[in-house]
Design a protein around this ligand. Structure first.
Ligand code: TXE
Length: 479
């Protein structure tokens, strides 16, 4: 089956008629083909988006709301098909895609469809002498580039505020997981989204992503992906004065104080370590446990992790499915080897898993827990982005704050304590865009989402995203 680009309202092949292999990570086999698009395809998408902009930007908010709500309804109607497609493309358990990815994609669209109806701008009164008000205008044609770990979830998280604000969009899903974006383009056609308003161009980052970044007509880029790619995009886009929102990597601390609710911290830490095979930028990959409960927590955690089932993503009893690609599996295995070279001891896991039959070539890896490493070794500083966590003891609040803040990243942190003052102090001292106290991945879509340091620039979520996708003009009227 050939995936197609969605340009000017139609599903079309790339100009060069070239396609790339698309793998099912659970079987290791090619199961579809993805357009190997080029700059020429981006130029065509740009023309379509530019033509659509004058009408779409003047379309009433009510009309934009209606078409977006139809898209959200269709995502829900196709829930089972999309969940299966996401799992087949990404390797994640169907159960996870059913409960998290696909419902969240519909919520993203609905959230921003309704948010635009409530979006207001400021006014500044100069004691009766004049009045200023802020006009918020859509930017024009904007670019959205998304990754493979939460494919439709992150794709919709970007395009929904861009469209709601009246922009037209050129979007590029990851070449590793293109399928649900393709199914989404069919949904947009069925929902009656006017042609050219959203254009989805598939292909490699170095071709399609780079062409979006370098296109002088595309005035804003919203990107989620690796920190190195973020740097490349910033280098190209900054001299062109493009607006940039960069959501990059993380190396998140999961800090467990002795006064925590032990069972809750334990249960949630298993999830925050290994959900989606550990391939979520918010996963807690460095577990710090206060010394008085270190041995108890470690023993209970390792016992739970060793009972997790790595298996067929279609099997509802599987806790972990396949890693997204062979290359990524090798990268993660490389970090397990590095951890051992650095003096780490594997408490559980560490091995590739070989399943039977059709799944024999799939990318499976045991959930892995490593002890005995210093907080500043490479394993504890670099993003692994797989089912691998380290566990370390600490003695004081100050010490664990230093450990937690020692990386170049600052995306998310989790703190477990029943002392709410301590929770507040930690939140104030952690260098992190998001701090969860006694929970993980609890998301209110209105809140600012993003990281500090090398985890990114800017914030997504709620009105932050609508502010990003609009340009303010101050209008001053003398009274
Ligand atoms: O991401 P890339 P990759 C981290 C994780 C992972 C590493 C690399 O550590 O191991 O990044 O993953 C597009 N110009 N995260 O290589 O390449 C690309 O096609 C413009 C964390 O898969 O950053 C895809 O659509 N675009 C992350 C998107 O960028 C380019 C989730 C992300 O791919 C481009 C994924 C270029 N030059 C990986 N090169 C998170 N924060 O959630 C690539 N792309």
């Amino acid at each position: 089956m050939n995936i197609q680009n969605y340009i000017g309202g139609a599903l079309i092949n790339p100009k060069g008629e070239l396609f790339l292999d698309n793998y099912n990570p659970a079987t290791g086999k090619v199961y579809s083909y993805i357009p190997d698009s080029t700059e020429e395809d981006i130029n065509n998408a740009f023309k379509a988006a530019k033509n659509a902009f004058p009408t779409w930007s003047k379309t009433t908010k009510e009309e934009r709301f209606k078409v977006m709500m139809r898209i959200a309804d269709l995502i829900e109607e196709r829930h089972d098909e999309l969940a299966l497609a996401e799992s087949t493309d990404n390797g994640k358990p169907v159960k996870l895609a059913s409960h998290v990815d696909i419902p969240r994609a519909a919520s993203n669209i609905r959230f921003f469809a309704t948010a635009i109806l409530h979006y207001a701008s400021e006014s500044h009164d100069m004691d009766g002498a004049a009045i200023n008000y802020t006009l918020r205008k859509p930017i024009g044609v904007v670019g959205c580039i998304s990754p493979w770990n939460l494919p439709l979830y992150l794709f919709t998280w970007k395009i929904a505020p861009a469209l709601a604000a009246g922009n037209t969009v050129i979007a590029k899903p990851s070449e590793v997981t293109p399928m649900t974006a393709y199914l989404f383009s069919k949904i947009c056609i069925e929902a009656g989204l006017p042609e050219g308003v959203l254009n989805i161009v598939h292909g490699l980052g170095a071709n399609v992503g780079a062409a979006i970044t370098a296109h002088e007509g595309i005035k804003a880029i919203s990107f989620t992906g690796g920190t190195e790619t973020g740097k490349t995009i910033a280098k190209v886009a900054a001299p062109m004065f493009k607006k940039l929102s960069l959501e990059l990597g993380g190396k998140n601390p999961n800090i467990i104080f002795a006064d925590c609710d032990f069972e809750q911290a334990l249960r949630t830490s298993v999830m925050s370590s290994f959900a989606n095979q550990g391939q979520i930028c918010l996963c807690g990959s460095r577990i710090f446990v206060e010394r008085p409960i270190y041995e108890k927590f470690k023993t209970a955690f390792v016992a739970k992790v060793s009972r997790l089932k790595v298996g067929d993503p279609n099997d509802p009893t599987s806790n972990l499915g396949a890693l997204v690609s062979k290359e990524h599996l090798e990268k993660v295995k490389g970090y397990i080897a590095l951890a051992q070279e650095e003096g780490g001891t594997i408490l559980t896991g560490g091995n590739q898993v070989y399943l039977d039959g059709a799944l024999a070539d799939g990318n499976y890896l045991e959930p892995t827990v490593i002890e005995g490493l210093s907080y500043n070794c490479r394993t504890n500083q670099e993003e692994i982005f797989g089912p691998v966590v380290t566990i370390m003891p600490f003695d004081t609040e100050e010490e664990v704050t230093d450990f937690a803040n020692s990386t170049e990243y600052g995306l998310a942190a989790t703190v477990w304590t029943q002392d709410i003052s301590k929770g507040n102090r930690m939140a104030a001292n952690l260098q992190s865009g998001i701090v969860w106290v006694n929970c993980w991945l609890l998301r209110d879509l209105r809140t600012p989402f993003g990281g500090v340091k090398n985890s990114g620039v800017g914030r997504e979520g709620g009105f932050n995203a609508l502010n990003f996708f609009t340009e303010p003009t101050n209008v001053c009227i003398k009274v």
